[in-house]
Design a binder for this molecule. Structure first.
Ligand SMILES: CC(=O)SCCNC(=O)CCNC(=O)[C@H](O)C(C)(C)COP(=O)(O)OP(=O)(O)OC[C@H]1O[C@@H](n2cnc3c(N)ncnc32)[C@H](O)[C@@H]1OP(=O)(O)O
Ligand SMILES: CC(C)C(=O)C(=O)O
Length: 512
């Protein structure tokens, strides 16, 4: 596909390195606290996808944090490992004690933060900056200096602070937009000025209070920054930081800048952090969200079936980020999408049958109901007067044990093509145990992609509606749903419905 470059600023660096702070600023998100194992897993993942440096934590904040940062440095990752420190020798010592490759020292420079947090004069900040950077550089080869709240700092004074830091040995200077208030135009101008007047590589750290974190980060690169600070899924203080996937894809796909990131693993990385953080990613999140490459409206679906860049950027494809393109059905569905989705499962309705199927799809969606693949095939079978297939998997019994002192355990008895199987599994909860037990008996390997439960009415007796999406080994995704006043039974039924779709399609694949 022809690559269209919308913008290339000749002043922008052609190589930009990525400094990830998911484990430090990301973990400052209220409610997020990663375990040691989770932090190690995230660090390995980030290093594996080519992140240049990882901010592993703030060692002075607790003994546990120090142990974690030390464990991350002991992994021997290819990414540099960095620890955060206030402008205090004890904080720097804590970082050095962990064996980090780089110490990141920060000091507030805006009048408001300087006066009300560290209670120092401008002169004292200059003096402390010089002393602490020199101290850090006596012990470690790399030292990043952050003028905290740089974007609300008087620019002349800011330049003075950076010069002191660089003269004392800072190897890179960071420009934090600590409370997310700068605009892209101003950010570009600020970075251009720092680049002209301070002789040091520039890194940028943007917060998302006004939703400008990624735009400001990109503007900083336009102005001459050579390193960007990001977090996976944009997690971080308040409204978070610049998002890793968005920043990297804008730089690489739109600007043609090499970040060294293996972008095919961006979705996988997002899912890992989302799971460990216990924070789901909105479906409409750019690049990694469930809907980032999904199409429901008829005109768009028709377009992408014919040629994907009609309604996708083209310069960024789902494959480039480890995602997949999906057609979805709903109120806005059209004939081309329905025809295509049925063709994928070997169903070929006549033109007037497609019209009828589309009508029924719109009618269901018009009632506010999500139309799953299972619904589509059921409608198609009815319109095409095809007798529903024998179900591969038939549930006989499910028994679940759970409690405050019991490990949730489920036993399932089911027939697969008439042959009885029994399987038991433990899980993180009763639903997880039941789903694992079912997955243990099925003939085809499938991977659970999506699981959602919603209460249809209020109250403790609400009807639970469960939607499940599973992916087969060819990457095809099938979704199905079920409702019951027992959410465990609704989950079991939804999984079985989805698996039966997969098995049915596999049988038809073999017959083709
Ligand atoms: C923008 C950012 O993200 S900065 C990083 C923010 N991250 C964190 O705060 C997470 C980890 N923090 C912690 O665990 C704790 O806040 C600690 C251990 C660092 C400090 O805890 P405490 O000693 O209880 O102090 P507390 O957090 O209440 O207040 C912050 C102290 O740090 C001082 N401080 C803040 N920034 C700096 C700095 N750059 N250099 C020196 N001192 C600083 C403040 O002046 C205040 O000191 P004071 O007690 O003399 O008034
Ligand atoms: C420590 C600094 C870089 C920071 O997190 C901020 O200013 O937001």
């Amino acid at each position: 596909m022809k690559r269209t470059v919308f913008f290339t600023d000749s002043r922008a660096n052609k190589n930009v390195t990525v400094f990830d702070t998911t484990l430090r600023d990301g973990e400052q998100t209220p409610g997020i606290s990663f375990t040691l194992e989770e932090k190690l897993g995230i660090a390995e993942q980030l290093s594996g996808i080519g992140v240049h440096a990882i901010e592993a934590g703030f060692p002075a904040s607790s003994d546990a944090e120090r142990d974690i940062v030390r464990a991350i440095t002991n992994l021997g990752l290819s990414a540099q490992v960095c620890g955060l420190a206030r402008s205090l020798r004890a904080d720097v010592d804590a970082c050095i004690d962990c064996g980090v490759d780089m110490v990141h020292v920060f000091i507030p420079t805006s009048d408001v933060q300087r006066e009300y947090t560290i209670r120092k004069t401008r002169e004292q900040v200059l003096e402390t900056t010089g002393d602490i950077i020199a101290y850090a550089r006596d012990h470690v080869g790399r030292c990043m200096f952050s003028a905290m709240d740089a974007t609300r700092t008087d620019w002349d004074y800011l330049i003075e602070v950076y010069r002191v830091a660089v003269d004392a040995g800072a190897t890179i200077i960071n420009v934090p937009d600590t409370v997310g208030v700068i605009t892209p135009t101003a950010m570009k101008r600020l970075i251009e000025r720092i680049d002209r007047e301070v002789n040091c590589p520039i890194d940028v750290h943007c917060h998302n209070d006004f939703g400008l974190a990624v735009a400001n980060t990109i503007a900083a690169v336009e102005g001459g920054a050579s390193q960007v600070q990001v977090t996976v899924n944009g997690i971080g203080e308040r409204a978070g930081n610049a998002d890793l996937a968005q920043t990297v894809m804008v730089l690489s796909s739109i600007y043609g800048i090499d970040t060294g990131i293996r972008t095919q693993s961006l979705v996988e990385t997002s899912r890992l952090v989302s799971r460990y953080a216990g924070m789901s990613v909105p479906a409409i999140q750019p690049i990694v969200g469930e809907n980032a490459f999904a199409h429901e409206s008829g005109i768009h679906s028709h377009g992408v079936i014919t040629r994907s860049d009609t309604f996708e950027p083209g310069i960024m494809t789902p494959e480039m980020v480890g995602h997949r393109r999906r057609l979805k059905l709903g109120k806005h569905a059209g004939r081309h999408a329905v025809k295509q989705m049925l063709a994928e499962v070997h169903m070929e309705p006549a033109d007037e049958q497609i019209d009828e199927i589309v009508l029924r799809v719109k009618e269901i969606a018009g009632r506010g109901k999500r139309v799953t693949d299972a619904d589509l095939y059921e409608i198609a079978e009815s319109v095409m007067q095809i007798a529903p297939d024998e179900k591969t998997l038939e549930l006989q019994d499910v028994a679940i044990m759970t409690g405050n002192h019991a490990i949730p355990t489920a036993s399932v008895r089911a027939t697969v093509d008439g042959v009885e199987h029994i399987f038991s599994s433990v899980g993180n909860g009763p639903v997880d145990a039941a789903v694992r037990a079912i997955l243990g008996i099925i003939p085809a390997p499938v991977h659970l992609k999506e699981f959602s439960i919603e209460a249809i009415s209020g109250g403790t007796d609400a009807l639970g509606h469960v939607t499940i999406a599973v992916e087969d080994e060819r990457g095809r995704v099938f979704d199905a749903s079920a409702s019951s006043d027992d959410i465990i039974l609704a989950s079991v039924e939804a999984v079985i419905n989805a698996i039966n779709l997969v098995c049915r399609t596999h049988k038809l694949d073999r017959e083709e």
